[in-house]
Ligand binder design. Sequence first.
Ligand code: NAD
Length: 285
Amino acid sequence: MAELIDGAAVAAEIREAVARDVAGMAVPPGLATVLVGDDPASAIYVARKRRACVEAGMRDLHHHLPGDVSQEELAGVVAGLAADPEVTGILLQLPLPAHLDPKPVLELIPPAKDVDGLTIRSAGRLALGEPGLRPCTPAGVMALLDAYEVPIAGVDAVVVGRSNLVGRPMAQMLLERDATVTSCHKGTADLRSETRRADILVVAAGVPGLIGRDDVKPGVTVIDVGIHRTPDGIVGDVDFAAVEPVASRITPVPGGVGPMTIAMLMRNTVDATRLADELATEVAG
Ligand code: NAD
């Protein structure tokens, strides 16, 4: 029987720690969420982030723009937030309506305000091992591994998936902590032979039940990032019932990685204020 990695409990602890940090700050951080249009799922995600921000004692600086806003108007709003000292973090909710190109708008977000960690400059800082704000979902996976004192340095870590949102930064964050990392993806010739070597297996492929009993080594720590709504409820990329008996630790879905993403967004929003000072010193030095 594997130990269950309780993401809801770890996320609650992180959010409490963030609230304590905020209470000790002279000026609370200000998170500017930018929502374009009325996509119902995006509206729900942004509402959750804003609520978490307020619960942590931070300033909620929300901007809701009409769905027909022009590229130039959106760029103007984000550039304004980038220059505004009241705003310490900027989150552009994706996807944007089809007529808008997110890339040039994202790049207007300075690294010290990039609380989602998804801009090219933040990705570059991660790739080069420089301090910076890391993408929230893989940062949440690292926080789970640390909360359960899972050894990282020297172990074989296998990441399935290489999206810019999860898999690619995940592999880099494990590498930064001295794991021996294998990145798997759609082009991997023999996925099973890779995943069976893993001491830590992170699965972010977006394929329900991709990983079964024969895909893992006994004693592995399994982190399932996948989320799929099915008639039988929410499931992940790992066949939990098959893998749980042979793993040493495993995340449930739901209640594993899911709650960590917003908790890490809150952590990043506090860390952004510190990073701003650090980066200013770097530039000055
Ligand atoms: P994506 O579709 O952008 O990327 C999937 C990656 O998996 C690709 O790199 C692809 O090459 C790889 N892949 C797909 N099928 C594969 C296969 N059969 N074998 C090996 N590799 C394969 O998805 P994403 O945005 O990275 O999300 C992945 C999953 O994680 C989804 O289920 C998504 O809903 C979930 N997710 C959860 C959270 C969270 O907060 N828990 C956050 C983001 C994404």
